[in-house]
Ligand binder design. Structure first.
Ligand code: SF4
Length: 214
């Protein structure tokens, strides 16, 4: 496994290659951003960004969406996977937000995760992007890159990966580290055909893999 120092070194190399790594979802107010993150499950950020301007123009506040008809909400997001479920999540989440949080997006993971449609990853992304609260959200890219670089054991589940990353990486690098690993997974270390021949982390990656096999 890579130790803490080597992990930080790898994240810094990623930062040199992708100095502008940040969220690809359009940044809006916390309410709408949280909805964007819910919509991004099983969909690309690009696809989400295409539907959200009209959706958010129609439903400007939690009250608007809490009282919306499901078929109408569906009509705005039907290009996204699982759109029926997601429409239900958006309406229910808005209702709960009004009932329990006065229509204001809460700032703790526990409260966020109590809302329909909000899992741990979504909560972490909202905390980091909307409130600057350090969190290390683990998506498919973060998970793959962490395993390939042997930052985490190959059989690790999402929660284990998050805990190991939070242990090995200083808190002030969690948000940036999350973005860097996503860009790395998207453009360098793709699921299929990673660009290992041109990878500036090849040595670290091979060393990590060798240690895993020992
Ligand atoms: Fe990914 Fe290959 Fe680079 Fe390792 S060497 S981080 S597998 S692209």
């Amino acid at each position: 496994m890579l130790n803490s120092e080597e992990t930080v070194k790898a994240l810094n190399v990623m930062g040199e290659v992708f100095p502008n790594a940040t969220t690809s979802l359009t940044k809006t107010d916390p309410f709408h951003f949280m909805l964007s993150v819910i919509l991004s499950a099983q969909a690309t950020d690009k696809a989400v960004n295409l539907v959200t301007p009209a959706l958010f123009e129609r439903y400007k506040t939690p009250v608007d969406l809490a009282n919306a008809s499901l078929p109408e909400v569906e009509s705005y997001i039907k290009t996204l996977g699982l759109y029926r479920n997601k429409a239900r999540f958006l309406v229910k989440c808005s209702q709960e937000l009004l009932e329990r949080f006065n229509g204001v997006v809460p700032k703790t993971r526990k409260e966020l995760m109590s809302l329909t449609g909000v899992g741990r990853k979504t909560a972490d992304v909202v905390l980091a992007e909307c409130f600057g609260i350090p969190a290390f959200a683990v998506d498919t890219h973060v998970s793959r890159v962490a395993k390939r670089l042997a930052i985490v054991p190959p059989e690790s589940d999402v929660l284990t990966i998050e805990k190991i990353l939070m242990r090995k990486v200083p808190k002030d690098l969690w948000i940036k580290g999350h973005h860097r690993m996503i860009f790395w997974g998207r453009y360098q270390c793709m699921a299929r055909n990673p660009k290992c021949e041109t990878c500036p982390l090849l040595d670290i990656c091979q060393e990590g893999q060798i240690r895993v096999m020992r």
